[in-house]
Design a protein around this ligand. Structure first.
Ligand code: NDP
Ligand code: HSE
Length: 436
């Protein structure tokens, strides 16, 4: 059988990795796919650079629409990124009857509904393993491997840049700004790292996992997103003293009232495996009713790790290309007419435990007033730590760990505590998850 022909949009970091790994492992991949897979056309704005990378193994063009117009190309791989030209090209490729592979989590988290609907109408596949946690096959695990289960929650370290920064802050006692500089120097963070450090990239990925886990539409606009820019080294140290690590987690959880979908810094018990995922590595924990807890770990970014996921999608499409579209694995795991409109809960209804740090006057009655406010708001205390004051010092840090509470109750309590004259600085609150 003739090899299946693939067109590549964008030969940057992931595009080049995909081209090189596919060429290097082509024989193994052919034996698995049952047919050769060849990238025969590449589109990139920098044609000279692209030609230098692919040599005479593929035709290089500057306009991706030349690939869409080629009837010999069955699959296009979109590795440009963003919602602009990438969205237009993906929609045009689908309209032209091409299958699509993409690593573009931003595009799918925001426009996934429209893209999957268009693909369904045309009977083509849109595959996106590389869009979540890079080289870790988490989409395959959620969509197929765990298909027997009722998934209860997912919690993941799904942004390598922020995990690297948090590791540096903890290991070396650096402040956020210094650790970010290190991440940029080592090439983990983009020159403009806003999407990483503000939690947006992780929220894109959590949104996709939430849709697949619970059979709901992709709804990035409903996600609660907090990054790590406000995190202080002192809280990482206190968390450590209490037996916790702070990680930026993407969390989605099924509750009776709806679905939680959130990204924020989180205290996690230091003894959990996920708390020990360091540097730019990713890990995703899935809690499901039949299998229990499973953990997926690996490189969440980088040229060849991400290419590994892109090529896995190419193999899947090659195998399933001739299958009746209704017999293929649905894009979002559940049959399209079986997606539920279960509400994504507002952050005020999310239930978590909390770490609180209060800078307080070191005088009698202070702790009593604070615990009374928490009790009045129906919030139960789990542990309290007070920093020993230095000689002559008249203020101290009070660290409180609470049991689980609705976020709305905690916000009320925080407002009341902040109003106490003995609370001397803005209260720091960080959510805490036991992930048991
Ligand atoms: P790069 O910026 O390295 O590569 C993008 C490439 O697309 C560049 O070569 C760029 O050319 C080219 N390009 C831009 N516009 C066009 C266009 N109109 N037509 C054709 N080519 C164009 O990005 P990455 O490889 O890092 O990322 C690609 C995608 O993969 C993104 O969606 C990203 O989020 C995702 N991803 C990336 C990971 C990583 O580790 N890098 C991990 C997981 C997902 P030029 O440089 O000349 O502008
Ligand atoms: N910027 C992302 C990260 C790349 O740091 O994890 C992979 O999606």
């Amino acid at each position: 059988m003739e090899p299946i022909q693939v067109g590549l949009f964008g030969i940057g970091t992931v595009g080049n990795g995909t081209f090189q790994v596919l060429a290097r492992n082509q024989e193994e991949i052919r034996r698995r796919a049952g047919r050769g897979i060849e990238i025969t056309m590449v589109a990139d704005l920098d044609v000279e650079r692209a030609k230098a990378l692919v040599g005479d193994r593929a035709k290089v063009v500057s306009d991706a629409r030349e690939i869409i117009a080629n009837p010999d190309i069955d699959i296009v791989v979109e590795l440009i990124g963003g919602y602009g030209i990438a969205r237009a090209l993906v929609m045009e490729a689908i309209a032209a009857g091409k299958h699509v592979v993409t690593a573009n989590k931003a595009l799918l988290a925001v426009h996934g509904g429209e893209i999957f609907a268009a693909a369904r109408d045309k009977g083509v596949m849109v595959a996106f393993e590389a869009a979540v946690a890079g080289g870790i096959p988490i989409i395959k695990a959620l969509r197929e491997g765990l298909t027997a289960n009722r998934i209860e929650w997912i919690a993941g370290i799904i942004n390598g840049t922020t995990n690297f920064i948090l590791s540096e802050m903890r290991d070396k006692g650096l402040d956020f700004a210094e650790a970010l500089q290190d991440a940029q120097r080592l090439g983990y963070a983009e020159a403009d790292p806003t999407f990483d450090i503000e939690g947006v990239d992780a929220a894109h990925k959590a949104t996709l996992m939430s849709a697949i886990a619970f059979g709901i539409p992709v709804q990035f606009d409903k996600a609660h997103v907090e990054g790590i820019t406000g995190l202080q080294a002192v809280d990482i140290r206190y968390a450590e003293q209490l037996g916790y690590r702070i990680k930026l987690l993407g969390i989605t959880r099924r509750r009776a009232a709806g679905i939680e979908l959130r990204v924020h810094p989180t205290l996690v018990p230091a003894k959990r495996l996920i708390a020990n995922v360091e540097g730019a590595m990713n890990a995703v924990m899935v809690q499901a009713d039949a299998v229990g807890t499973t953990l997926y770990y690996g490189k969440g970014a980088g040229s060849e790790p991400t290419a590994s996921a892109v090529i896995a999608d190419l193999v899947d499409i090659t195998r399933l290309q001739t299958a009746d579209p209704s017999s293929r694995v649905p894009h979002l795991a559940f049959q399209p007419d079986e997606l539920h409109a279960t509400a994504v809960l507002p952050i005020s209804e999310v239930i978590t435990a909390f770490y609180l740090r209060l800078q307080v006057a070191d005088e009698k009655g202070v702790l009593a007033n604070i615990t009374r406010i928490l009790a009045d708001c129906d919030i139960s205390i789990d542990a309290v730590l007070q920093r020993e004051s230095a000689e002559g010092e008249c203020q101290t840090d009070l660290i409180i760990l609470t049991h689980e509470t609705a976020e709305g109750s905690m916000r009320g309590a925080l407002a009341s505590m902040q109003a106490l004259p003995t609370v001397l600085a803005p209260i720091v609150s960080i959510r805490k998850e036991e992930l048991a």
